[in-house]
Design a protein around this ligand. Structure first.
Ligand SMILES: [Zn+2]
Length: 389
């Protein structure tokens, strides 16, 4: 058994001080005061002194892509290469302090092979991967490279059943175009109400949650009405829909990193591309509506959209800094990045430092309650009780 001795800690839901965490193999079996006599009952093989660090559960990135999204692997050789590259992305996420992540769509659904290998214990030491596999997309719609094209209620049902058959953990539906797609409104709707209703009913009947890419107002509204579990991005959201989200308990996964990196890195690398300049406006809108949704009480979970242009997996923690910068308090940002992600992804073993949970623990050199930029500094990480960095 290992005993982690801590001074300042965030459990996933609350701040605690001078606490110890006792870990047997991969599981937390006891927590309590550092000077508790109860600890004498246990046979401790290793003591890990973390009193100089800030201790919290590892981060959960609910929206990212580990496989390339603009190239469909056409041959077995390309597939094996894409798989190896995907594992490298998982390693980079781990460097950022991530212990679990959800891939929101991959060409031919190749990430399912990785999450299945992980479920069977064939690969170890990577963040827990939840895979959508192929997304459900209208013909020619946003992200069709990573999707299965479906039109009409019957095809939405067939598409949903097909990706579940392939091993999808969660259904991803592309409800709207991108922020810059042409249409009558920004983030134009691509899926009608009957289609999304059918997909949600089918996925829920088979125990899968539904996450939707939705930028435009109409697309978000249709998704919430259909009863999806999370709105991903949600740039052109509005107060009336936020009220509906509150009623239905719909999560928001904002992905502030996407327009942030498109603005900062995109403009630096491609100064003449008009899309990057538009991203500034999008970033501002995304920031404001995300804060509004949070203030109105919508549950948020952390998502980076890492894997999209200029959006690096190894800086996944930067999403927390962006959430903090828009005015969300430290404790709330930490809860969004840990406890809430575990709830949304149904990863009951993660997201909190509590008895019965997996010992997937992150340390920072300073307390983020004093200096939030500590997330950019060195990190130590234990995955299932094993130190991985
Ligand atoms: Zn995405």
């Amino acid at each position: 058994m290992k005993l982690f001795i801590c001074s300042e800690m965030f459990t996933g839901t609350e701040q605690r001080y001078n606490q110890s965490i006792l870990v047997d193999d991969e599981t937390i079996i006891w927590t309590g005061d550092n000077d508790s006599n109860e600890i004498l009952k246990y046979e401790i093989e290793e003591v890990i002194d973390l009193t100089d660090y800030f201790v919290m559960p590892g981060l959960i990135d609910c929206h990212m892509h580990i496989a390339s999204m603009d190239h469909i692997p056409a041959s077995p050789i390309e597939c094996s290469r894409a798989t190896v590259n995907s594992l490298q992305r998982l390693t980079e996420l781990r460097t950022a302090g991530v212990v679990a992540c959800r891939d929101m769509g991959s060409s031919e659904g190749i990430t399912i092979g990785i999450s299945e290998a992980q479920k069977h214990g064939e690969i170890k030491g990577y963040p827990t991967l939840v895979s959508a596999g192929r997304a459900i997309v209208a013909t020619g719609g946003h992200g069709y490279n990573i999707g299965i094209e479906c039109d009409g209620v019957d095809e939405f049902i067939k598409g949903t059943r097909s990706v579940i058959k392939e091993g999808s953990d969660v259904l991803k539906v592309m409800m709207s175009g991108g922020v810059n797609s042409p249409g009558e409104e920004q983030g134009p709707p691509e899926v009608n109400q009957d289609e999304i209703n059918a997909a949600v009913k089918e996925a829920h009947a088979r125990g899968r949650k539904v996450a939707v890419h939705a930028h435009g107002n109409t697309a978000i509204k249709r998704s919430v009405l259909a009863g999806v579990d999370s709105i991903e991005h949600g740039v052109f959201n509005s107060v009336d829909i936020i009220e509906m989200m509150l009623e239905k308990g719909t999560y928001l996964v904002p992905t502030l990193s996407a327009p942030y990196y498109a603005t900062v890195e995109g403009i630096r690398q491609q100064p003449d591309n008009p899309d990057h300049n538009k991203s500034k406006e999008i970033l501002d809108k995304h920031n404001k509506i995300t804060l509004k949704a949070f203030q109105m009480g919508v549950p948020l979970a952390m998502g980076t959209d890492a894997g999209c242009p200029f959006n690096p997996h190894e800086k996944a923690y930067y999403e927390l800094i962006l959430l903090h910068n828009i005015g969300i308090e430290t404790a709330d940002v930490l809860r969004i990045a840990t406890n809430n992600g575990a709830e949304l992804l149904d990863l009951k073993q993660l997201g909190n430092i509590q008895v019965g949970k997996e010992a997937s623990i992150l340390t920072l050199n300073k307390s983020p309650f004093e200096d939030f930029s500590t997330f950019e500094g060195p990190k130590q990480l234990w995955l299932k009780g094993v130190k991985v960095q």
